[in-house]
Every structure is written in structure tokens, then in C-alpha cells.
Design a protein around this ligand. Sequence first.
Ligand SMILES: [Zn+2]
Length: 199
Amino acid sequence: MSICRLRGLEKQLIKAHIIPRKLYEPIREASIGEPPSDQVPRMYVVGTNQKAKQFQSGIYDPSILCRECDGDLIGVWDNYGQTFLINPSFSENYLVDNLGKRAVYRIEEFDYKQLKLFFMSILWRAAITSDLFFAQIRLSSWEEKLRKMILAQDPGSENDFSVVLFKYEGDLSEIMHNPTKQRQDKVNYYRFRFPKYGF
Ligand SMILES: [Zn+2]
């Protein structure tokens, strides 16, 4: 028994995924396949020039969450977010730039609460794990604020933990690297990247 980090209760903990598994499934499948190919997508740790070791077993932490918190609460948002991104309903709804290339997708309808909490819970899990893949994520006092919002199932307003979603297409779209800390126009943010998307 250990302490679950969401509710602070002593519980049997499970292998909790930090980034939902389906989001990087293409990388896992390619890395397990034979023969190894130069074409396969890869996962990297930025700044070390090393391949991440975890992509065959998945990115999880056995010391942060119990089954109830991981499955009944966060798992619901994980399911929504993964389905939303993997089978996008918005794939034919886009604006083009002056070269006729796709520039911006327009998402007319989505469940704000579930999608926002999906992104917020990934950030929180990445902040509380001691896995080195997520070492750049340090939220200090924001970590507790985020935990309380997740526990209350409160996605906040668009100004709380704001999210920008990027869709990648083409040859280099299926890569993954560790989340990195960024700063632009006096705003601190974290950049996550997994196959076909970044946020
Ligand atoms: Zn729990």
C-alpha cells in the first residue's frame, strides 16, 4: 500500500500511464516490429541525443495513482481525448493558406470539460512522476492548484491552463519527444509532442 497522489489516501497503486497509451501506439508497434527499419517513427529525449528506453513497455508510473483515480476519473477523460484525436471528426473541416495548403482545422463541436481535463491531467501526471522523461516539468505551486481542479472535475476557464493543439501531417509527423519547458512573450508553457499532435 502507498499513498495515491490525487486523493492522498493509502491505496493499492497501479501502473498509471502518464501519456495515454493509444497516443503513441504507432511508435510502440513500429519499434517492436521486425525487421527494424530506418522508416519507423522514434521517440527521443530532447537534449540528450538518446532514444527513450521506455517505448516498448509504455510510459507509466507504478507509484502515483490508485485504480479508482486512474480508471474511474482520469480514464474517462483519457478515453474521450484519445478517441477525439485518433478518429478526428474535424479532418475535413479546415481553412487553407494562400498556397492552398491546410493551415487551420476548425473544430465545431467538442466536450470542453472532458477535453480540457484530458490535457490538464496529462500535465499533472507528467508533473508528479519522477520518471526522467518528464524531468523538465516542474509546476511548483501550480501543481497543487491543478490537482484540486482535477479532483473537483473543474476544467476552469480558457485562461486557466490554456491549451493550444497542433496537428502534424506528412513524413515527420509520427515522432515523439519528452515534454519541454518553453517561454515566449513572458508566458511559461510546456510543449508535449506525440505522433500527429502536439499541445
Ligand atoms: Zn486514488
